[in-house]
Design a protein around this ligand. Structure first.
Ligand SMILES: NC(=O)c1ccc[n+]([C@@H]2O[C@H](COP(=O)([O-])OP(=O)(O)OC[C@H]3O[C@@H](n4cnc5c(N)ncnc54)[C@H](OP(=O)(O)O)[C@@H]3O)[C@@H](O)[C@H]2O)c1
Length: 224
């Protein structure tokens, strides 16, 4: 599969100086300052779709809408193999504001799917043989009109996109605080020697309020 068959992928998260996106209890609101939160909403506005893992939905109950003036809501996409997203979640209670797509595995129960269908969300089944493979997810999204995708977390989801080398732009917001043991932004990438480390083609870095933003570009593609 060529990159052209995938959406443009931006991954972004707010981390502590010691690389955590949440405490060990999963508390992540808020690591970055208000200026960084605005950047996150701008990224939502600028992409066709926003994607998170079901772990983030269960922990944070996010809306994933764009809440800046004249902002456009992206399609909200959840990686949820067994359809654990609660019917009462804020995201499924607001399908009239912007579409919600659930990407699930073939083992998800039809009963569960029927219950969730009442909320107005859309389902996409990923064959269990292929798992929730990132390549498969991206080609499915592109075929369904998603030309740009913002991956907002959590750690497992970010790690799977980086492992698949599927990221065009990584925007990391680093806040001046320490969390210690907690949820790491990036887990195992299978890199054993530094020669294989993920180095960008180019990068930008700037200060935003009290935070520092580092943007790594891994491809020549641009967000259109
Ligand atoms: N600081 C930030 O910017 C930020 C942003 C977002 C989230 N967070 C924090 O991150 C924490 C949640 O992170 P997390 O790592 O526990 O969970 P996560 O990445 O949000 O969700 C992981 C779950 O997604 C499902 N999944 C399906 N396909 C997947 C794939 N290809 N790759 C990865 N996951 C896939 C899996 O559940 P199934 O097998 O059941 O499908 C997996 O357990 C929360 O505490 C939240 O507050 C922080």
């Amino acid at each position: 599969m060529k990159k052209a068959d995938y959406p443009y992928v931006t991954v972004s998260y707010a981390q502590s100086l010691d690389g955590r996106i949440a405490t060990s209890e999963g508390d992540s609101q808020w690591i970055g300052g208000p200026e960084s939160l605005r950047l996150a909403h701008e990224l939502r506005r600028d992409h066709d779709g926003i994607l998170v893992g079901v772990g983030t939905v269960l922990r944070d109950d996010p809306l994933l809408t764009c809440r800046i003036p004249d902002g456009r809501n992206p399609i909200r996409i959840i990686l949820d193999s067994t359809l654990r997203t609660p019917v009462s979640s804020r995201i499924l209670s607001t399908t009239d504001q912007s579409p919600v797509w659930l990407l699930h595995g073939s083992s998800a129960s039809p009963e569960r799917r029927e219950i969730l269908a009442g909320t107005g969300c859309r389902f996409f089944e990923l064959n269990s043989g292929e798992g929730q493979g990132v390549d498969r997810i991206l080609s499915l999204l592109k075929k369904n009109g998603v030309k740009s995708l913002f991956v907002e977390g959590g750690g497992a989801t970010i790690t799977s996109f980086l492992t698949a080398r599927a990221v065009d732009c990584l925007t990391v917001i680093t806040a001046p605080l320490l969390i210690g043991k907690g949820i790491e932004a990036v887990g195992e990438l299978g890199i054993r020697v530094l020669a294989k480390a993920m180095r960008p083609l180019r990068f930008k870095r700037w200060t935003l309020g009290n935070d520092e933003v580092t943007q790594l570009f891994f491809t020549e593609r641009t967000l259109t």
